[in-house]
Write a protein that binds this ligand. Structure first.
Ligand code: SAM
Length: 362
């Protein structure tokens, strides 16, 4: 059997040991089962590398010419996305997250969401957004099949919000949250928890979300971009977040993942006194790599098996090179087989991949 060429993005070739999945070129019995018995069911798809915000910890204007955007021709078309996601669905992927960049700035995002929702096998289409355009787009996105939306909301202070996001408009985002709730979406708010930035707002952010039937979540800051944007002294660990919440709200007890949903990276906690839920994505201090069920496809079709490593396989090159769906499956299997045991982020900021969060899709 011919061994197809698997283009590699990011310098480090994935391991093609084939211990679990057989040699490259042969389609393994389960292309989505990795060498650590983790089954992939969830694909995060960055639909654009562009964003209308410039969050200080993600893609600040100061990165300047270090951040180059892909030309339109390099970005996967709707037809290419549909074809690739269709292959993933046939292999067993059930959940698709549309992310970016900022997914709502991709022209035709509502149509794209509808086309992906209609693919056989896809059970959940969800989105991560900064909320800026949701006032207009929440209802059509919900009608197109987007059932859950995670909206980034780091602070409820308008001046701080503008500073943190470079150019963001808190009032617009809050309207976006309301529009998503009104559209019947399940809404989660995401705050990157940063000491000295929003550690005095953790309870307020929870209360804000709960008042709207949304689930608040906090994300530990991760070192990306070669560590350039990471400040170890701003780290706020999951334990520190819980301690702050418990001081105000009383004990938190571990909650199960919401029934019927494919698990994501957040661990959920319940306020014992009220039953309210809060999620924490503790990538740094209590990492969850053992349960990882995810792959990430960038806007240019690079398939990354881990957020914390730079290696990737270009599915775009496979299809634009005339590859068949079986060739795509082989490339996916190679990425899955090369999926690392876990990230190597360090709390000093070491271990950071060179890729930017904006490019991989958060
Ligand atoms: N533009 C969308 C948004 O704002 O939600 C989607 C993309 S954004 C990269 C996805 C998520 O990643 C956001 O919640 C953002 O706060 C988070 N994020 C970005 N950089 C991060 C970092 N270094 N560590 C942890 N989370 C980060």
């Amino acid at each position: 059997m011919a061994v197809i060429h698997l283009p590699v993005i990011g310098g480090v070739a994935p391991r093609l040991s084939g211990a679990a999945n057989g040699p490259p070129g042969v389609i393994p019995a389960d292309p989505l089962l990795d060498n650590f018995s983790r089954k992939i069911r969830y694909l995060r798809v960055s639909v654009t590398d562009r964003c209308n915000y410039r969050c200080s910890y993600c893609m600040p204007d100061e990165l300047g010419d270090q951040l180059t955007f892909e030309p339109r021709s390099a970005v996967l078309s709707f037809e290419e996305l549909e074809r690739l996601i269709g292959v993933f669905a046939r292999l067993g992927v059930r959940k698709i997250r549309l992310t970016g960049g900022e997914p709502t700035v991709r022209k035709g995002i509502v149509e794209l969401a509808g086309r992906i929702s209609a693919l056989p096998g896809i059970e959940q289409v969800v989105m991560t957004s900064n909320g800026h355009l949701l006032g207009e787009l929440a209802a059509p996105l919900a009608a197109a099949g987007v059932s859950t939306i995670n909206i980034s909301l780091d602070t409820l202070d308008a001046a701080k919000f503008r500073q943190l996001t470079g150019r963001g408009d808190l009032a617009r985002v809050l309207s976006g949250v309301d529009a998503a709730v009104a559209a019947g979406m399940r809404v989660k708010t995401n705050a990157v928890a940063l000491r000295g930035v929003n550690d005095d707002e953790l309870v307020a952010l929870c209360e804000y979300a709960w008042a709207r039937g949304a689930v608040p979540r906090f994300i530990e800051h991760m070192p990306m971009s070669g560590g350039a944007l990471y400040a170890a002294d701003a780290e706020l660990s999951s334990a520190a977040i819980r301690k702050t919440l418990e001081a105000a709200l009383g004990p938190l007890v571990a909650a199960d993942q919401t029934a019927g949903q494919d698990p994501g990276p957040a661990r959920y906690w319940r306020v014992a006194r009220t039953g309210r839920e809060v999620g924490i994505i503790s990538a740094m201090t209590e990492h969850f790599c053992d349960d990882c069920n995810r792959l990430r496809l960038t806007a240019i079709g690079a398939l990354h098996a881990c957020l914390g490593h730079d290696d990737a396989i270009s599915l775009r090159d496979v299809i634009r090179g005339g590859g068949s769906d079986d060739d795509v499956v082989r490339a996916i299997a190679a990425a899955v087989t090369g999926k690392r045991a876990g990230h190597v982020f360090e709390r000093t900021g070491g271990g950071a991949p060179h890729k930017h969060m904006i490019g991989i899709g958060g």
